[in-house]
Design a protein around this ligand. Sequence first.
Ligand code: GDP
Length: 197
Amino acid sequence: MAVNFNQVEFIRSAASPKDFLRDGLPQLAFAGRSNVGKSSVINRLVNRKNFARVGASPGKTSQINYFRLDGAAYLVDLPGYGYAKVSKAERDRWGRLMEAYFASGLIAVGVQIVDARHKPTADDVTMANWFYDAGCPLVVAANKLDKLKKSEIAPNLELIRQTLDLREGDVLIPFSAEKGDGKAELMGWLAAAVENG
Ligand code: GDP
């Protein structure tokens, strides 16, 4: 069954584990450093301009946003990390929420957005390890591909693969939320994850 990514609706935000959705639909969990373009990637995927921000009120960095895709899966927008101007209290809230979500066993596939231009940060590596520890398959989208010269693409992708220590079977997709590169490939992997439950 193909998933129609245009058929998407905001369901709810969760600020604590009691608000996690547990209805058995596969959850596609999107993670990324603040400003890496996670919202833009999601918006590109669902063909909307401002969709990923719909459920997020300003300043609420520690909440998980759920969108239902075609009645078949949840696209789960995890709160971004690595934003310097966040209080310790907020960072702690973020950590508790993420730990609970990763321990919940609810993730069918992890989608990590990294910046195609740079070596993944220590936070990026930590996040990838959370997906590994949770036993999830991982799809990494190396976003902002449009900002690279052709000659930079292959070496940058290799650096990302090595730094995140991607396992056999993990997928690395060069992506541009701005131009649309990688969209079909990402949709294909996500649709396959939905079919596998
Ligand atoms: P988030 O904080 O991870 O949700 O990031 P946003 O989606 O808000 O994007 C952060 C900034 O990066 C914005 O100015 C976007 O326009 C820009 N951006 C996102 N994706 C791309 C991309 O693929 N190419 C380029 N050139 N800019 C992008």
